[in-house]
Every structure is written in structure tokens, then in C-alpha cells.
Design a protein around this ligand. Sequence first.
Ligand code: ASP
Length: 445
Amino acid sequence: MEKVESKSLFGWYFNTNLLIRILIGLIAGSVVGIILGSVLEGAELARVLAWIQPFGTAFIRLLFMIMVPVIFSTLIVGAASVSPKQLGKVGVRVMLIYVFSSFLAVGTGLAAGFLFRPSVELVGIEAAVGDARVAPPLADQLLAIIPNNIAASIVGGHLLSIIFFTLCFGTAIAMLRESGNERTKNAAETVFNFFDGCAEIIIKMVKGIMHYAPIGVFALIAVVFATAGPAVVGGLAMVVVTCFAAYIFYVVVWYLLICVRTIGGLSIGRFLMGAKEAMVTGFVTRSSAATLPVTMECAAKLGLPKNVYSFAVPLGATINMDGTAIYQGAAVVFIALTVHLHDPVIFPYILTGEQILTVLLMATLATIGTAGVPGGGMIMLLMVLYSIGLPADGTIPVVAAAYAMIVGIDALLDMGRTSINVVGDLVYLSALTRRMGTLDMQKWA
Ligand code: ASP
């Protein structure tokens, strides 16, 4: 956002770092919520909250609104940017590693969730009624990935079908961009440029929505604290602890000890020296896309061959998001556990075996469709929750409340996950090229 030249409150708002504004929203929302909850009661409290609530609901609706356009634009441009020629043997391996590791990361997040059991006790939220777990069986969900009618999928917000279609569409563009036929090539280039423009515009919109985040977070958190009381603080702190414990475990054990040291036979210290700028930039910007130039520079510093990192790092910034995958796993357990504790009759299990499998699969696909911008992961969490019968759109009030709470602290969780998203690309590419004998070992001497 361009600097707004004004000394007014408006100018201050747009010129202050977003993270700081969100944290202010979070703290102010908690304080206001606690005060309201302790001085007002019953109908009076409900009347005041009815004024605050719409500001939070508007934020959630904005996230829903942007979900499909984000997937469409990010994935078409991502898939269309990788030339099939470049892909070759290394490319296929890179893709497989990127996808496999996401499974592992979601599993780590789920395991951390079950270990730390983060949850909050939500009093005052309406109980769910009927049989709310209406998610169709996994096999049907898998088949439904192939759309019967793409227009219907877009209208109905069937995200997996949209992901499937856009990946096919983007790959076809990538192939035609290299066609020998001048007319076809130009046409494909035009369509590519069109979607490239769309992607830029959508990202701009996401950034715009994020400017509203501090107000949305304030309202969401104030309502939760006013109705559920300060007891939820511990639960939310536990979500942060769970995610960061999982992030640290994943980096130390999987990235450093297994991938860098054991599989790549490389020095952990040297790796960290080479990758530190990207890690720090990811942490503070909370955007893999914004960190991309720094990640490229680190890739060069680590001695990765240019023909590999020139396509594999941008590809990784779009589809390889282990940090986001860990977060999805842990966040799902937090929400499912909170819902289970709130309505144990309707939700007798935290997650069933089938739901866990569904989360592994859907969260992996979700990370592929996540845009590398601040808050991208919390938008895609909506899709994962929907796939296990826990829609956050308000049909089950306790799900919406739990989702609102995790949105409130998303800025903190996003810093850690983005840092991992960024460093993951460097880890895998270093280990892979070392094994293939193409890593420049002079850079490691
Ligand atoms: N902010 C993350 C990234 O850019 C995406 C996310 O929100 O999970 O990598």
C-alpha cells in the first residue's frame, strides 16, 4: 500500500505495520470483551454485542469471498509458469517431494494437536443441533475432485474441483506457450498475461482485506471474550504453543537432521548460514511471495544450480508450504476438540479415522492452493474444515466461534509457518541436488 500522507488517525492506520495493528486489535478486543462481559449481562450484553459482531462477520465473509479467486489466479499462473521442458526428471522429483512432505507436515500438525490438546471452553455459544457431521465419505469426496460441471463447482464453491480444473488449465497453457505454432503460442501467452494480471489484482485485494483484519480481529475477539470470558486465554496460548512446538520439531528433526544432514550429507551450520536471510524475511513479512527474491539469493549462495532453483524456488513458493500444512493439522484439532467439548453428544469424537485421512489429503491440497501472502493459510483452512463437516460459515455456531478465535491469533501463527514454507524449498533442493551431484560444493567448503 502506498504511504498515505496524513497525520490523521486514518493516515496513522495505513502507515503502521500491519502486524502491529493486528496485535493492537487482538489486545484491544480482548480487553473490551472482558470488560463488557463483566459489566453487562443478558439482554443488555447481547444488544451491545449485536453491534460489534457484524464487524467480525464482515471479515470472515471477506475471507470467504476471496477464497475462490485466490485459488483460481494463484494456481493457473503457478502451473502455467513451469515449462514442461524444464520440468523433466528433476522437476518431477521436486514435485513429488513437495507433495509428499506436505502429508508429513499435516501429520506432524495433527500429532502435535493430539499431544497438546489445545481447546477453549466456549460458554454462551448456541449448541449445535441435529447430526451436524454431514461430510460425505472420503471416496465420494475424492471422485468429486473431478468436476461434472466447472461452472457449477465455481458457483457452489467446490474448491477441490476448482483446484483440479485450474491445475489442468494452467498446465495446458504452459504446454501451449511452447508451441511451434506462432498463433497458438501467442494466444496462450495472451491468456497467461491475462491471468497473471488477475493474480496481481487478487493479491492486491487480499492485501486490502488484510488492512481490515485489525478491525475484524478486534470484533471477533471482543465477542468471544465477552461471551466466553477470560478463560479462553489459556486455550489460545496453547494453540500458539502447539503450533510452534510442531514447527520447531519439524525443522530440527525432519529438515535439519534427516534431510540436510542424513539424506544430503551436508553441514547443518553451513545450511543455516546460507538460508538465514530467507528464514528471517519470511518470518517478518509473513509472505513467501514477498520473500521470493531473498530465497533465490539464498539458493544461489547455497550453490544450487541455476537451472534448478530458477523454476523450483518459485514453484515451491506456491505449492510447497510445510509450515502452512503443520498449521492446518494443529488448527483442525483445536477446532474439532473445542467443538467436541462443547457438544459431545453431536460430536462424540474429536476426529474419526476417516476425518483424519480427509484432513491429511485436503490440507495437502489446500497448501498447494494457498497464496504466499499473509493470512493465505487461514483462508484455506475454511476449505479443510468444510471437508470434514465443520463449516465455519455460521451453520454451526461453535465452529464459527472457534474459527474466529484462531483467526484472531493468525498473525502470530503465520510468522512461524511462513518461515518454514520458505526454508523448506531450500532444504529439499539442497539435499536433492547434492544427491544428484549438481550442488556446487565449493560454496559449502
Ligand atoms: N503466509 C504464508 C506464506 O506466505 C501462507 C499462509 O498463510 O499459510 O507462505
